[in-house]
Design a protein around this ligand. Structure first.
Ligand code: SAH
Length: 206
């Protein structure tokens, strides 16, 4: 899986490749799908959600440019796989998941792997997590109509935010926002397809 990320998808950051080598993806998918855990695809998890494709996890992590001094906010922890990868490359990870069952499972998998620099809480992540702000990096793993305002406000000057944005799942683009002294710079990083970001500053319906 990791060779493919490096050779086919041109993921270059050695810390990202190492993190994906170290985190056992099969422990984050339902037992019946464990045989497919290292394939190049998203897979269904509980509550109608998905664990992201390894490539997209690697790409988003690379775009964050996190290091061991970084404080990271993650919205949409899902299975906790991306959370575990972030915990390998960053200093501290604050992850939010809106579905209680998934948040509980993600937290217990992370602890089960002996990861203590990441924590998963259950609430609407479009509000951000003001208690630990500002963040060096913000990663949103669900697609919204626009970048939620509170997440921009909680990003440090010099920080990076990565999010899928689009009017529908079919038209999502991966967007990176850089906060500078002067304001916010938006970059596009290609098409993607995530489950909807549901919340106060996301989509309102289920
Ligand atoms: N990176 C995760 C992907 C999970 S899918 C993984 O690899 O497992 C996206 C997740 O975002 C879903 O679990 C969904 O419940 C969650 N989500 C959607 N809107 C949210 C919100 N406003 N706050 C927190 N989580 C949200």
């Amino acid at each position: 899986m990791v060779e493919r990320l490096r050779d086919h998808y041109e993921i270059r950051d050695p810390r990202v490749l190492e993190a994906l080598t170290e985190v056992p993806r099969h422990l984050f998918v339902p037992e019946a799908l464990q045989g497919r855990a290292y394939g190049d695809h998203a897979l269904p998890i509980n509550a109608n959600q998905t664990i992201s494709q390894p490539y997209i996890v690697a790409r988003m992590t690379e775009l964050l440019e996190a290091d061991k001094t970084s404080r990271v906010l993650e919205i949409g922890a899902g299975s906790g796989y991306q959370t575990a990868v972030l915990a390998r490359v960053a200093g501290q990870v604050y992850a939010i998941e809106r579905i209680p069952e998934l948040a509980r499972e993600a937290q217990s998998r992370i602890r089960g792997l002996g990861i203590y620099n990441a924590t998963v809480k259950c609430f609407d992540g479009t509000l951000g997590w003001a208690a630990h702000a500002p963040y060096d990096c913000v990663l949103v793993a669900a697609g919204g109509p626009e970048v939620p305002e509170p997440l921009l406000a909680q990003l440090k000057v010099g920080g990076r935010l990565v999010i899928p944005v689009g009017a529908s799942r079919e038209s999502q683009r991966l967007v990176r926002v850089l906060r500078t002294e002067e304001g916010y710079q938006h970059e596009e990083h290609g098409p993607c397809a995530f489950v909807p970001l549901i919340g106060r500053y996301g989509w309102n319906n289920e």
